[in-house]
Design a protein around this ligand. Structure first.
Ligand SMILES: Nc1ncnc2c1ncn2[C@@H]1O[C@H](COP(=O)(O)OP(=O)(O)OP(=O)(O)O)[C@@H](O)[C@H]1O
Ligand SMILES: [Mg+2]
Length: 257
């Protein structure tokens, strides 16, 4: 699970001061697909960047599982992003001179995973997003939707415990955007990976387990679209059969390992 406790972040000083996040308390249980919505400037990206350890909070804490992100060293944060947290951005952030396979493989390469395992896991991740047939295409040879699917495969290849996505459909037309929405929904259902997805798209709302709305750096609404967690922090209201066959120990959960 990921837990934000009284998180604050202010940018700038004096007249230029902006209170981006002003005391957020939020707990996302394991396996939940949580959408973050809210007007432009309400602090959505800042919150995600704090969760990824890309921005330091001024006050409060963020923990992923038992670990306090706010207390990690730069090196620990790098390792966390390499091994535990997959990040997907609006503008894909792919390396244009690498092909799809090489882009997806990159986090494993940086983590010195051996060649065979890298190849295996990359193939599975590309399969999962339906792009194995584009493995040798470089980003300039792909559509926006395809590039975003490569970025999602790159986030998944590490078998993350958490996926953070900042407007993953924000730079796509509506058809490609819908594909990405249903892809992320399917991945959450089959692997049970916890997801925090920032979006302006109301279609997302209908596809999330829960939607948190931010206004002026604070939670203004918190709506559960699926039954609330039963209390053990694990099931997120899913039936036991889904729990057994999917998230914990199921085939999809181990597909990328
Ligand atoms: N690095 C920064 N320096 C100064 N101000 C910043 C910085 N990053 C964000 N801000 C300010 O903090 C506020 C929240 O920004 P944030 O990017 O989190 O909003 P957002 O909800 O993601 O908006 P959008 O929907 O437009 O992406 C904004 O007013 C923004 O201008
Ligand atoms: Mg933003």
């Amino acid at each position: 699970m990921i837990r934000f406790k009284n998180v604050h972040k202010t940018f700038g000083t004096g007249d230029n001061q902006v209170c981006a996040v002003q005391g957020i308390d939020l707990e996302i249980p394991v396996g939940q697909l949580c959408g973050i919505m809210g007007p432009s400037g309400s602090g959505k990206s800042t919150l995600l960047h704090i969760a990824a350890g890309l921005v330091d909070a001024d006050q409060g804490s963020v923990s992923i599982g038992a670990r306090d992100v706010s207390r990690m060293t730069a090196e620990e944060l790098t390792l966390m992003r390499r091994r535990e947290v997959g990040v997907v951005f609006q503008f894909f952030n792919l390396l244009p001179y690498l092909d799809a396979r090489e882009n997806v493989e990159l986090p494993l390469l940086l983590d010195a995973v051996n060649t065979d395992e890298r190849r295996n896991r990359t193939t599975k991740a590309l399969e999962m997003v339906g792009l194995l047939h584009r493995a040798t295409h470089r980003p300039p040879q792909m559509s926006g939707g395809e590039m975003q699917r490569v970025a999602i495969a790159r986030a998944l290849v590490i078998s993350p415990r958490l996926v953070l996505a900042d407007e993953p459909t924000g730079n796509l037309d509506s058809a490609a955007g819908r594909q990405i929405i249903s892809l992320l929904r399917d991945i959450n259902d089959s692997t049970g990976v916890t997801m925090l997805v920032v979006t302006h798209d109301p279609v997302w709302a209908a596809n999330c387990d829960r939607v948190v709305r931010l206004v002026d750096g604070l939670v203004s609404e918190d709506t559960y679209l699926k039954p609330r967690d039963s209390g053990d922090g694990e099931t997120n209201g899913r039936p036991a059969v889904a729990e057994n066959s999917g998230k914990n120990g199921g085939k999809a959960a181990t597909a990328l390992q």
